[in-house]
Write a protein that binds this ligand. Sequence first.
Ligand code: ADP
Ligand code: SF4
Length: 735
Amino acid sequence: MTRDPRFDILFTPVKLGPKTIRNRFYQVPHCNGAGTNYPGMNMAHRGVKAEGGWGAVNTEQCSIHPESDDTLRITARIWDQGDMRNLGAMVDHVHSHGALAGCELWYGGPHAPGLETRTISRGPSQYASEFGTVPGCPGFTYNHAADKDELHRLQQQYVDAALRARDTGFDLVNVYGAHAYGPMQWLNPFYNRRTDEYGGSFENRARFWVETLEKIRRAVDNDVALVTRCAVDTLYGGKGVELGEDGLRFIEMASPYLDLWDVNIGDIAEWGEDAGPSRFYPIAHENDWIRHIKQATNKPVVGVGRYYDPEKMLQVVSAGIVDIVGAARPSIADPWLPRKIDEGRVDDIRTCIGCNVCISRWEMGGVPFICTQNATAGEEYRRGWHPEKFEPAKSDNDILVVGAGPSGSECARVLMERGYTVHLVDKAEKIGGYVNDVATLPGLAEWSFHRDYRENQLQKLVKKNKSGQIALGQKAMTADDVLSYGASRVVIATGARWSSTGVNYKTHDPIPGADAGLPHVLTPEQVFEGKAVGKRVLIVNYDPYYMAPSLAEKFARAGHEVTVATTCALGAYMDYTLEGPNMQRLIHELGINVIGETGCSRIEPGRAELFNLFGDGYKRQYKGTGQLPRKENDSHSWHECDSVILVTGRVSQDGLYRELKARKDEWEKNGIIDVFVIGDAESPRLMADVTFDGHRLAREIEDEDPQHQTPFKREQRAWGTAYVPGQNPDLEWRL
Ligand code: ADP
Ligand code: SF4
């Protein structure tokens, strides 16, 4: 297939000073949890995007000096030869696919806690970071107000890092001033309270940034294109940087030193205003600000706004809002997005659902990232997974997959990509499993992209392979049905359900009186099925993610009086997905009553007994066997309500799998080689993790022990060895 000529403009090159980007697709800097700690992961993850057609591929934030140390969050560093070597692997890989490689020079100030290096950062004034430098702990980290010697030293740190980036082979050197980092702290009066020539007036506040660009330009000359990432509006009015004031003036002032502007909005404490979750922000949500930038500069402009849709990309470039489309999440969900447009395969694009689970992994710190849509994200190097290439089937086995939720549908898709004959069977009328329900919750409609991608691909693959089938709306399969089906391998992906008796992580027991068989008690699934809910709703919540706040929003919007009694902070995990602050605002705005640190001990018609988790006293002592070491919790009180919704815990629906396992002696005579369980049926997890699960099994289904992971390559330093990624096979992980 060939490209629709309407998209031609997206494939025209743009000159960026001394460099030329081949097209209008630019992977903006984004974290992936690799940093320079996992050079193989970084190389392969960025490289596959260059292969997939992105014109430029950037590092994540790359620390210029040990003073900018984000530990326990993993970031890139360009401190020394070792870092250069590690980043060089990425540069070479990106170059080998014809893309430009960019390095984002980062100095965090107090937004970097320095937990590993124990250094102190410098800034225009002294302030405490409003960001959770240690997750959940804003106000924890302070900087030191730089005197003039120190600010020149800091500028020199940028220059030295820029030279190291150039010598590593990077084409683009990007001075990172978005998300309240580095030079933005000098421009922004929220931070900059100086009274010398680096503070006060706009010209003075802009001086540090402009001088730094000037110094870098002098040092690197025309060897690299110079870029700056700039938040043109910090979104807190006149106390910060506003587009119509300092924002556009700065663009005008700094343009002569730059070859490209990389613009966005927001700060670091609420950077979900930039990396907007789909729950709150649609595609192109930054355009009200970004559309003004080109009035202030004649340099090319790249802008972001979760551009997953080629039509929207075309629209912003054709309208001259930006010259180049920037993307982080859409490039993670589909590293081959540009190539698919180029090849006329727009409907094969794996669209980012805007869940921000990728970001959640970086936010919590210390772990490689994952993606809900793209199970291969982060796995390109260590497992050797390519998002678009699959090892052909090793046999002509027929495979039965029971359950077409996120894990079953992904497993079936990858098996079909490999050429297996797959029978995907579900009692539901539609592919998607629980996503079909979740996507009906307020703000979560775009999560259905997960289902849509698989639905479309599976239908195409059945046609292409001329084998297999998707059988929906079937009667629920029993063990007898499976045994007599005629498949040689069986994958059970029957999902999980919310506990109907209130079993929860605190007690591991049901809550007395919690019985979803009764009219006044409901599980979330029963809500989706339409079971009646009274005027006064109590949500008993023991879950840290989206279900309880989403149901609270749903019922509050429908006019119910909603109370949530919650053990953990309501939607605690949503702080990591950047949905937290706006969700809290919404809960407040809708008048939802949240009772924190609260469990439920009993449910009766018309009321539920609640208690404070810490009502059992702080003193503990040994009182003998069978006695509580603390006092009896004396905080119990009754809460009146008409309906109780139990968001207490999830339970794997693994009965079919367990019965098949128990009847193992019948497998052989029925031609069955193996039976596997995946996804929530094995253990309830994030959608990203169960999608990964299905994907993994499909890749490894004829490996030695497919139910359990095949070892991956660890990027680990072994004492006394020269560590070169990929060249120390003896260091590979063995289970
Ligand atoms: P996961 O998140 O692990 O993919 P889901 O709960 O989303 O799990 O999906 C499980 C799917 O399995 C649902 O669509 C459900 O209808 C289907 N299912 C469960 N049990 C059976 C069964 N015995 N026969 C056929 N389909 C089943
Ligand atoms: Fe998009 Fe979610 Fe994947 Fe992040 S994890 S890229 S938000 S689909």
